[in-house]
Write a protein that binds this ligand. Sequence first.
Ligand SMILES: *[C@@H]1O[C@H](CO)[C@@H](O)[C@H](O)[C@H]1NC(C)=O
Ligand SMILES: *[C@@H]1O[C@H](CO)[C@@H](O)[C@H](O)[C@H]1NC(C)=O
Ligand SMILES: *[C@@H]1O[C@H](CO)[C@@H](O)[C@H](O)[C@H]1NC(C)=O
Ligand SMILES: *[C@@H]1O[C@H](CO)[C@@H](O)[C@H](O)[C@H]1NC(C)=O
Length: 149
Amino acid sequence: MKQNLIFAVILLAILSMTNAISLHKRKTEFSNCGGPALDVTAMTPDPIQAGKNVTFNISGNFSEHPITSDYRQYIVFAQGYEYYSEFSQAICSDSISSDIPKCPVTDYNTTMIIQATANLPDSYLITVYIWNGNYGSDWLSCTHASVGE
Ligand SMILES: *[C@@H]1O[C@H](CO)[C@@H](O)[C@H](O)[C@H]1NC(C)=O
Ligand SMILES: *[C@@H]1O[C@H](CO)[C@@H](O)[C@H](O)[C@H]1NC(C)=O
Ligand SMILES: *[C@@H]1O[C@H](CO)[C@@H](O)[C@H](O)[C@H]1NC(C)=O
Ligand SMILES: *[C@@H]1O[C@H](CO)[C@@H](O)[C@H](O)[C@H]1NC(C)=O
C-alpha cells in the first residue's frame, strides 16, 4: 500500500505538469503519461458505472520494449487521497502451457475486465499502466484520463 501511495504521488506530479484537462468531455479521452504509447481502444461502458463491470481494450506496439513476465497490466482509479482502487493482471507467461501469451510480447492487444467498486466517486483519475513493480525500472508505459471534473 505504501508503494502504491508513493506511485500515486509520482503520477500526480506528472499530471500537474501536463496541461489542464478539458472539462465535461462526453467520451473518456486518455492521454500518454509516460513510456511507449499504450492505447485504451475501448472502455465499455463509458462512463463507468459504480459497482458494474468495465471492459478495457488495451493495445500498444512494444517492439522497442518487449514485455516480459515481470510486467503486469494495472488499472487504478483514484481521487486524491480520498479514494484508491487498483486492479492488475498478468500480461504474458514464460510457460507455454499457460492460457496467456508466451513472453516476450511486442504486439500487445488485450482485454481486461474489472468490477468498479460500489463507492466509485463522481470524479476520479483512471491510470492504465504496465509496470514491473520496480521503482528503478527503466521504462513504464502509462496512459490516463480524468473523469467527471
Ligand atoms: C474489446 O475486446 C473484446 C475481446 O477481444 C471484443 O470482443 C470487443 O469487441 C472489443 N471492443 C471494442 C469496442 O473494440
Ligand atoms: C511497431 O513499431 C515498429 C517501429 O518502432 C515498426 O517497425 C512495426 O511495424 C510496428 N508494429 C506494428 C504492429 O505496428
Ligand atoms: C486487437 O484484437 C482485436 C480482436 O482480436 C482486433 O479486433 C483489434 O483490431 C486488435 N487491435 C489492435 C490494435 O491490434
Ligand atoms: C464481472 O467480471 C467478473 C470477472 O472480472 C466476472 O466473474 C463476473 O461474472 C462479471 N459480471 C458480470 C455481470 O458480467
